[in-house]
Ligand binder design. Structure first.
Ligand code: GLA
Length: 339
């Protein structure tokens, strides 16, 4: 197929609840948002050449790509990783334009991967397969052993809804986000690169706990509390209790009942801080600041942590504009698509 004009768009995501659970087959409740990445261009020839409206340098390499990890600049490795995993043989000349802030914990990399995959001709009708390939591209590009959540949410998002994903089966269902519930993302001003964070170490620890105890979302808390190793016990407890909170928040949203939201988000942040140990003093202070404001139901760090953003759930009319390094209201949006 040659000389075909393409336009593909993929959203970023915010995790309402359910972090550091996906890589051990836990439950997550992310939501695709109205910040997105667009790839526009012409499918032609034997090389990819994409420039970015926000990032420096040009992603330029031949297809089929042989060594995506040698491609520069850094952002181009995601593009090359995707071209490699989908086995692209036709090139693409065009541009990338994104409103998803890089390093903000809103899955700018998943949005880029999905938009590039669709623009390069990956099939659009199977979001799970698309997500698996883009997850693998991310690992190829960065060496970070991330889970399936970000790519699956950005692939399968549905307007007006969050997605409840069971990462052990990679199955998902939509959960309505009530009209009267506002979702805000507050930038902590603390950027982070997953590859330079202890993310992989946290995953190894959770996996070590699972090797001793079994599938963590199902292990009784009493069995977890008996684990002699303090660090592994806390990692396991985080996964187990976070999965319970995901189920409870999904059920509350299904019922349109906002009463429980605050307690669930606060407990999630505490667990991410104390048991998963992925928070920072800046994120903790931001959550405390936001939670004290009128109209706010609850707040927690969102995504991998170690910096990035805080997600806030609020009743209509909460005033958050002056918080952190910038706050914005986000709306539940559709997943990746071509047009
Ligand atoms: C990153 C990873 C995800 C997930 C989150 C933490 O966003 O890409 O797979 O592990 O961190 O929940």
């Amino acid at each position: 197929m040659t000389d075909e004009e393409v336009r593909a768009v993929a959203p970023g995501r915010v995790v309402l609840i359910g972090d550091h659970t996906d890589y051990v087959g836990g439950l997550v409740l992310p939501m695709a948002i109205d910040l997105s990445t667009e790839v526009r261009g012409r499918r032609t020839g034997g090389h990819v050449e994409l420039s970015s409206a926000q990032l420096d340098g040009v992603a330029r390499f031949e297809v089929p790509v042989t060594d995506p990890t040698s491609v520069t600049p850094g952002w181009a490795r995601y593009v090359a990783g995707v071209a490699a995993v989908i086995g692209a043989r036709t090139g693409l000349v065009g541009t990338v334009d994104s409103s998803v802030p890089p390093g903000g914990g809103l899955s700018s990399s998943a949005a880029l991967e999905l938009a590039v995959a669709l623009a390069l001709g990956a099939p659009e009708d199977d979001p799970v397969e698309l997500a698996r390939r883009c997850r693998s591209a991310e690992e190829t590009a960065t060496g970070v052993p991330c889970g399936i959540m970000d790519q699956l949410c950005c692939a399968a998002g549905v307007e007006g809804h969050a997605l409840l994903i069971d990462c052990s089966t990679e199955t998902h269902r939509t959960v309505p986000v009530p009209e009267e519930l506002e979702v805000w993302v507050v930038d902590s001003g603390q950027p982070r690169q997953l590859s330079e964070s202890p993310y992989a170490e946290r995953r190894r620890e959770a996996e070590a706990a699972a090797a001793l105890l079994g599938h963590l979302p199902d292990v009784p808390l009493e069995a977890i509390e008996e684990l002699p190793d303090d660090r592994l016990r806390r990692r396991a407890r985080h996964v187990r209790t976070e999965c319970d909170r995901v189920e409870r928040l999904a059920a509350a949203l299904d019922r349109g009942d906002l009463d429980e939201v605050g307690a669930l988000l606060s407990a999630s942040h505490r667990s991410l801080r104390d048991d998963a140990e992925v928070s920072t003093p800046v994120l903790d202070a931001l959550v405390a600041d936001v939670e004290a404001r009128p109209g706010v139901l609850g707040a927690r760090l969102t995504g991998a942590g170690f910096g990035g953003s805080v997600v806030v759930l609020a009743r209509s009319g909460a005033r958050l504009d002056d918080v952190g390094a910038g706050a914005r209201r986000v709306r539940p949006s559709a997943g990746a698509r071509t047009s």
